[in-house]
Design a protein around this ligand. Sequence first.
Ligand SMILES: Cc1cc2nc3c(=O)[nH]c(=O)nc-3n(C[C@H](O)[C@H](O)[C@H](O)COP(=O)(O)O)c2cc1C
Length: 353
Amino acid sequence: MELRIPPHEMLARFEDVNIAAPMVRYSKLPFRELVSSYEAHITHTPMILAKEFSRSSSARASDFTTSKSERGIFTMRERRPARTGPIDLDLEANLAHDSVHSGVQVQGALVAQFAATDARTFADACELISPYVDGVDLNCGCPQSWAYQEHIGSYLLRQPETVRDIIRGAHDRCGWNFPVSIKIRVDDDTRCTQRLVETAIQAGASHISIHGRTRHQASTAPVSLSAISFAVSCAKGLVPTVANGDIFTLSDARSIRSETGVDGVMAARGLLANPALFADEGKNGTPDEAVKRFVKLGVGYGLQFGSIHRHVAFMLESRLTRPGMKYLNSLVSTPALLDFLAEIGILDGGPLL
Ligand SMILES: Cc1cc2nc3c(=O)[nH]c(=O)nc-3n(C[C@H](O)[C@H](O)[C@H](O)COP(=O)(O)O)c2cc1C
């Protein structure tokens, strides 16, 4: 029987925890199930507007669907407890041997991300979704101007008291064991990062994900590892931390982990291009099998053609020629897309489902 634990406990207890980032329009059920089959241990829904979600059942139906099979089952290695005192070389060798050979079977975790500007709407949304997820996350990073004007997303980066009230409100409503995390961007003014991280932890944040760009930086700007490390230092080891930004390969994941001292790593665009990025199968680029599996999941779950099409375009971008990409972009139906994938040898032309 696999272990079922909340995301922050997974981060605290196991090595090399990999996370699929929240992505509006993209991190829906079929994509989450796909990346969960390739070593993404924690997945996120796209950002959901808490106000709409709690107000309207049709918004709930369109914003969130889940299935029993979306979480993966993983063999994970327990972290070695920090030891003090003189090192016993025999003991070290035994522990190293044990940690290689004794993996623990762990079920993946699903986190719903909400955008909210006040405690009540966030708590309402959390209460409605809590039976179906393993935790909720407060978006404190969306940089878009409409979001800033609505006082959600990155607006909250400099509103630590509001973040505190939102986290506390969710705990009051859903219980203090219900995990409430936050996802932040770094700030040019490091005092703001420090206040936000410290206040969120005091309010009971379960873990903190840190995107190493400021709200003014485009996704083409390089991520600041030193800014992530600073945020990690503000958490003082009281809760797990996660680094996010510019992870496109397994080796990027390893180096950002070791350079910032985080407990987990989170990828967004890298997983769109290669959903197997965290797995051995993805080390030479997007496996055909991932494209095939995604199309099957998308069709099976009734994902709209436009969404399936965009995902496939992301996955094939690096290997199609310009005319090939142009042709792919011109397709307007699922059967035409399936024919194209069969033509280029990704689908074998047999029945998909
Ligand atoms: C298409 C897209 C949609 C995104 N939607 C969200 C979202 O819903 N919530 C969120 O916190 N961040 C969102 N982001 C930001 C990512 O989660 C992530 O922080 C950012 O892309 C940096 O990671 P990366 O360099 O791995 O792409 C989105 C990014 C992309 C590319």
